[in-house]
Design a protein around this ligand. Sequence first.
Ligand SMILES: Cc1cc2nc3c(=O)[nH]c(=O)nc-3n(C[C@H](O)[C@H](O)[C@H](O)COP(=O)(O)OP(=O)(O)OC[C@H]3O[C@@H](n4cnc5c(N)ncnc54)[C@H](O)[C@@H]3O)c2cc1C
Length: 435
Amino acid sequence: MNNSDIIIIGAGAAGLMAAMQLSRAGKKVTVLEANNRLGGRIHTIYNVPGADYIELGAEFIHGDLAVTLAALKEASIDYKLSEGETWHAQDGAIKKEGFFLPGWELFEERLKSLQEDMSINAFLEEQFKGDEYEDLKTSVRRFAAGYDTADPNRASAIALRKEWIEDEEGGQHRVDGGYMPLIQYMADETEKHGGTILMDNTAKEIKWAKGEVTVITAANKEYSASKCIIALPLGVLQADNDAQCSIQFVPALPNHTKALQGMGIGSVIKILFVFKEPIWKNKDVVKNMEGNNNKMAFVFSDEQVPTWWTQSPEDSPILTGWLGGPDAALYKKNTDDELLVIAKRSLAAIFNMTVESLESYLVAAKAVNWSADPHILGSYTYATVTTHAALQLLNKPVAQTLYFAGEAYFTDTVVGTVDAALASGKQVAEMINAS
Ligand SMILES: Cc1cc2nc3c(=O)[nH]c(=O)nc-3n(C[C@H](O)[C@H](O)[C@H](O)COP(=O)(O)OP(=O)(O)OC[C@H]3O[C@@H](n4cnc5c(N)ncnc54)[C@H](O)[C@@H]3O)c2cc1C
């Protein structure tokens, strides 16, 4: 039996932020991580042919987010502005267009006067009945699915209003060298202050009573402490008992389980293509660009992998593909190679070229299906109609002994982000340090 003050399950941004703060405060911390790497949904890989690094998971800082920017500053990691134009692929051509969707102003006006929460789909059906609104409804559903990776039948209309209309985001940034050095910094700080981080340790059972916790792993090892932070992805906490990383509470926490099940976790497939050169800027290769696309950041399309982005304003040969929401969940059983075939077909159609020709410019390709990753089982959370009530319960410690931390629990910042995970980990550590 291994004893510590606090066991933290999950070495993602939330778990490691909590571990760093608590070990600095003199607590004996043990972090149990199921995977053979740190970072969870932060996964920067280096030494990729044609690129210094690529982000398989989180990539952007969505605004001037205080906790993230402070953590980067402390770790002496720089970040850079990410900006550019939105383009659309339609009828065989790729054109620069504004971001706003047709009919968006009317949608905004009606959403602003919504009093009682409902799913965004129910709102659309109630407020936009005529055939003339079909395009608007399709665009809004696609935006909820694509950007928030949310199921429009479950996503809260009031939460989307807050995120899309009311919140001021500030500029978008990317972390110089990727997000991974921040993860490494928090892990190093934890170990420097006496904390232990154990990878390849899947927690399977949490036996608890007030002030006492024993965590039993898949390899039947036991770790005990007086408190435990559960910093696991919502997808894992919602999973059936037979899932590789699912976890049992003994005694059970039926109200917490019900609250977790009522929250929303999306699906996403992320594609990374590295080309010999930014082929979309070469008019001899990609011939259907209308005008100068030097500042092109996003390209939206109707293809199976519909959304693509460049590294604008950097002149980089990386192109990222994104399929989010319920459509991404349909591919849970596909292999990465099958996903790459679909992605190449989509991009070749957008660029109006053959797959063979597209392939001749590719130097590296990677597909990540986050909903199929047994350690994660999803993308990031979105608010449902019951999330608000669920968080009232989940953000309170259970008997001053069990604490939930992670991107799913912190809503004072952009939901579902690295910032939400860091802020949640920090908040839980502060709560424990003050107790
Ligand atoms: C494709 C993609 C793109 C994204 N893009 C952005 C972006 O641009 N900007 C942004 O801010 N956010 C983005 N996000 C969201 C962001 O990555 C997450 O919100 C954040 O990293 C979550 O951190 P976390 O600590 O809550 O959870 P996680 O990072 O998921 O950490 C949980 C950890 O628990 C471990 N674990 C699971 N089960 C067990 C078990 N039984 N025992 C022990 N350990 C276990 C997992 O392996 C994992 O390491 C993106 C996410 C995805 C998937």
